[in-house]
Design a binder for this molecule. Structure first.
Ligand SMILES: Cc1ncc(C[n+]2csc(CCOP(=O)(O)OP(=O)(O)O)c2C)c(N)n1
Ligand SMILES: [Mg+2]
Length: 280
């Protein structure tokens, strides 16, 4: 990844974080921690990796993206705002009655959303269908599925993981937002006491581990898929929940954030300070 592209992606990740924090502040609540955790992955996918034209979201040839952990949707809406798919006035209606941007992504409201998600555990099965369909139709697009680690308590994921390996779905890329926390505690205590990556490897996948906040590492991993022909790839992205909001980082309390005025101001001031690097 050259320096110019790296800077451009980091700027988008910063803007995605701004949209997440400001939307939670304006609306009064939202899934800040999970969304901030995956902002760098989202920015790299949409601004450097995917074959995706925001002006032509119905293009059948474009790459597909499934936000399996749908509660991270503020990161997706942030990317869509940056891409011009929705504008600020739409984002301002977040999770209000009749909105196009509810608390989980709704495919009926925005063409760029491939499937509605929010009930955990469905992104990988759906991704298998898209990837198998692409192979059968001899289409070159890739399918990317972003999942949470707590989400891996869902059995449907493991059925899909077996299926993907059995069918040799090397056009399928799963990304694990491996922040170590879920809704009510640590993953190793709640649902996943052993390495998720090792389990995928045992299921027949290629598995690579990266720093999920280093856009260079994310870009290199995503652009080198499949790691091995004939095998699906899992990218284990080591992340920090609430990354970019220092007082909330790695604190399960901020899975769902109800910011008071003071916390909201603190978070925005911190982001503004970080964002100074892009001011002329
Ligand atoms: C089937 C199902 N069960 C429970 C929930 C409630 N829920 C929402 S987020 C969440 C935890 C997800 O944790 P993780 O996958 O680690 O994502 P993170 O919040 O860390 O980004 C749970 C249990 C749900 N959305 N769907
Ligand atoms: Mg998690």
């Amino acid at each position: 990844m050259d320096a110019k592209l790296k800077d451009a992606v980091e700027y988008r990740a910063y803007m995605i974080r701004r949209h997440i924090v400001e939307t939670c502040a304006n609306h009064g609540d939202g899934h800040a921690g999970p969304s901030l955790s995956c902002a760098d992955i989202m920015a790299t996918l949409y601004f450097a990796v995917m074959n995706f034209d925001p002006k032509n979201p119905k293009d059948p040839e474009r790459d597909r993206f499934l936000l399996s952990a749908g509660h991270k949707c503020l990161a997706l809406y942030g990317a869509f705002t940056e891409l011009g798919i929705i504008d600020q006035s739409v984002l301002d209606t977040y999770n209000s009655l009749g909105t196009r941007v509810p608390g989980h992504p709704d495919a009926k409201k925005i063409d760029a959303i491939d499937f509605s998600t929010g009930s955990l555990g469905h992104g990988l099965p759906l991704g298998c269908g898209l990837a198998l369909g692409a192979k059968m139709a001899k289409k070159p697009f890739k399918t990317y599925v972003l999942m949470g680690d707590g989400e891996h308590g869902e059995g449907s994921i493991w059925e899909a993981a077996s299926f993907a390996a059995a069918k040799g779905l090397d056009n399928l890329v799963a990304i694990l937002d491996n922040n170590g926390l879920q809704i009510n505690g640590r993953n190793d205590e709640v649902c996943c006491p052993t390495s998720i990556g090792e389990r995928y490897r045992a299921f027949g996948w290629s598995v690579i581990t990266i720093d999920g906040h280093d856009v260079n590492e994310i870009y290199t991993a995503l652009t080198n898929c499949p790691v091995k022909e004939g095998k699906p790839t899992l990218i284990v992205a080591k992340t920090i929940k609430s990354k970019g909001m220092s007082f909330a980082e790695n604190n399960v309390k901020y899975h769902h954030w109800n910011p008071g005025k003071e916390e909201a101001e603190r978070a925005i001031a911190e982001l503004d300070e970080y964002g100074k690097r892009w001011q002329a």
